[in-house]
Design a binder for this molecule. Structure first.
Ligand code: ADP
Ligand code: ZN
Ligand code: ZN
Length: 631
């Protein structure tokens, strides 16, 4: 929960900071000397108005420019003990020009303004592009003016420089940013400044929920349905749930925003536990995307794409528009098998097929990340006829270049865009229309808007329709809806096609014809009938070991302890959806009860007994409260 440097003993109050100052030479530089170095010139001009934090100067003008000024002895760095000032931002606070909220936005903003200084959780359910961020901006305005701090959580991939800039520009204040790629030092600084009350706004990913605030005013969780808010290992927590607890402790409002709220959240809103605010129209007149199902049965399939789909794609490409193709797997193909005997090449540590990565000319296991060279023949029968099965992004990319020769194409997945900068550069290039065909994974569904995309293609939705995970339909519906929301604008309405071999599946039909709002409400009725969360509470105990009997035995003993002492429902032990990973066999026990209180009580009372079980030290085990994923 603490920044690394604090755990290593660094003080929680700052001891020194580096500031950048002009030297005497620097103060006297005339304009012309730096005319060929505009960044250095801008930095000098800023420094003439006063010193800057070194980190701030580097961020604003680039490290190269700062370094050059220091080398030319025009600027120098000194260390000083920083003085933090509570609510310092109020002195520069200034509200930039802003759009007039529409009726629904006004209703939401007014409702939020009535909730200051009390614990209320609100769900802002607004279709993508309906102006949720605009509501956040206007709702926090009066709080910032009073010197209160705002903490905003966003999904890992949704934290773009544009998001941060939007908040900085609107209020002319410095925004503290926290994400996983920050240096330890930078992370500590934001933590210290937030704790001292100096930062008005802190925006961060999951773990930013632990940022201390001197004068908390409001917490916001944007895209609250996003799976990245749940930490699945080490300290397991859901940032949204912790946000609820924090808001309650501070007695302040919590705002949850999403176009596709998690069923848990939606249920709380519909049952009246949360306040429910809705935005049903896209802001600024942008049109919504029409959704359709493409029946792939009996059609020729090229590189995973049905003939009929290719025809539609061609129309959009010929019209000069962008087409986005979503594929749920990276790599070339999810398996390599022998054409002669059918043997699949498996990762021995996970008992799962290797994914073929042609660009690396290697096989990679997506469960343990282990890789191996591409085999030349089958290990079972020595045949050299090895064929791939299934389709990943690499293969679709390759296929599309032969199907649409000359059409500029880009692939966006975690193999092709490593690091945030590369991703943002690629996304900018897309919006400059340097590419016409975009192929990619989940990354495309989060946060970014593609105004020139008029067609979104989703290949293979069938996997999710038949998954063993009861949340798979919810996740598919969120993905499809988020993807649809990426496309289209006022002058160019978009369309979306879902390729399937089950065109009449009720879930697809409901989603396509009635949208997420309807789908989600219907899915809640089904969950209730089936006795599944959020209508019951759950926790899972997972155990893993290289010896499958040990892991299984531990959970069997655990089950016995529970059954002797408590009336809760226990299922298992059964293998996790990923039965084996990195050489360890994995099992789980699913425990549930209608009410959270008795369930947690049972767990609290039983834990000491579990810790005392003879197998407890021999297997790796962990409790996961409100599990969201059964892998
Ligand atoms: P969301 O957060 O729901 O995706 P945004 O707040 O980013 O939506 O709004 C989408 C776009 O519409 C942005 O470009 C925003 O500036 C614009 N917008 C939002 N509200 C209004 C409004 N009331 N009038 C005009 N434009 C608006
Ligand atoms: Zn073989
Ligand atoms: Zn593996």
């Amino acid at each position: 929960m603490l920044p690394v440097l604090l755990r290593k003993g660094e003080s929680s109050t700052p001891t020194h900071e580096e500031i950048l100052l002009l030297t005497t030479d620097g103060k006297e530089t005339c304009e012309n000397t730096l005319s060929r170095a505009p960044k250095q010139k801008a930095c000098v001009e800023a420094l003439l108005n006063g010193e800057l934090l070194l980190t701030q100067a580097k961020k604003q003008f680039g490290s190269a420019a700062v370094k050059a000024l220091i080398e030319k002895a025009l600027a120098h760095v000194v260390e000083q003990v920083p003085v933090f000032e509570e609510a310092r931002w109020v002195s520069t606070f200034n509200i930039a020009e802003k759009p007039v909220p529409d009726t629904e936005q006004s209703v939401a903003i007014a409702a939020l303004n009535r909730q200051h200084s009390q614990f209320v959780v609100s769900l802002l359910e607004g279709v993508t592009g309906s102006g949720k961020t605009e509501v956040y901006l206007q709702a926090i305005e009066p709080l910032l003016e009073q010197g209160k701090q705002i903490l905003i959580l966003v999904p890992e991939i949704g934290l773009t420089p544009q998001t941060v800039a939007r908040f900085e520009r609107r209020f002319n204040i410095d925004v503290g940013v926290l994400h996983s790629q920050l240096s330890d030092k930078a992370r500590l600084q934001v933590w210290q400044r937030a704790q001292a009350g100096e930062l008005g706004i802190v925006i961060g990913t999951r773990s930013a929920i632990f940022t201390p605030l001197k004068n908390p005013g409001m917490l916001i969780v944007d895209e609250e349905h996003d799976e990245s808010f749940k930490q699945q290992d080490g300290l397991r927590y859901h940032a949204r749930d912790l946000a609820t607890m924090r808001a309650k402790l501070h007695n302040i409002p919590l705002l949850l925003g999403s176009a596709t709220p998690a069923l848990e959240t939606l249920n709380n809103a519909l049952s009246g536990r949360f306040s429910h605010l809705q935005l049903t129209k896209r802001a600024g007149g942008a049109q919504s995307t029409y959704q359709h199902v493409l029946d792939a049965r009996d059609q020729p399939i090229h590189y995973g794409i049905a003939q009929g789909m290719l025809t539609i794609m061609r129309q959009h490409i010929n019209a000069g528009n962008q087409v986005l193709v979503f594929v749920n797997r990276r790599g070339y193909a999810p398996a390599l098998l022998c054409h002669h005997c059918g043997e699949t090449v498996m990762c021995k540590r996970c008992d799962k097929p290797y994914t073929v990565h042609k660009s690396l000319n290697r096989l990679q296991c997506h469960h343990c990340s282990g890789t191996r060279a591409m085999p030349s023949h089958c290990e079972a029968c020595h045949s050299n006829e090895l064929v791939t099965a299934g389709t990943g992004t690499e293969q679709v990319e390759q296929g599309l270049s032969s199907l649409f020769p000359g059409v500029k194409q880009v692939r966006i997945d975690s193999d092709s865009v490593r690091g945030k900068d590369k991703l943002h550069q690629t996304l900018d290039a897309i919006n400059r229309q340097e590419y016409q065909l975009l192929v990619g994974t989940q990354i495309l569904s989060k946060g970014h808007h593609f105004p020139h995309v008029t067609l979104v293609v989703v290949l293979d939705v069938d996997g999710a329709l038949f998954s063993a995970d009861f949340r798979a339909p919810e996740k598919l519906a969120q993905l499809v809806t988020q993807l649809a929301g990426r496309a289209g604008r006022a002058t160019k309405p978009g369309e979306m096609w879902l390729q399937t071999h089950n065109p009449h599946h009720p879930l697809l039909q409901d989603l396509v014809n009635n949208g997420y709002r309807h789908f989600a409400r219907h899915a809640l009725i089904e969950r209730k009938a089936a006795g599944l969360p959020p209508f019951i509470s759950q926790f899972v105990i997972r155990a893993e070991s290289t010896d499958s009997r040990l892991a299984f035995g531990f959970l069997k003993a655990t089950k016995d302890v529970f059954e002797q002492q408590h009336a809760i429902d226990i299922h298992g032990p059964f293998p996790c959806l990923i039965e084996k990973r990195q050489g360890r066999f994995r099992f789980m026990l699913v425990c549930s009860h209608e009410k959270r209180g008795p369930l947690h009580n049972a767990l609290r009372l039983t834990l000491p007994f579990l810790q005392a079980l003879p197998q407890a030290l021999k297997v790796r085990w962990a409790v996961d409260i409100d599990p969201t994923d059964f892998s």
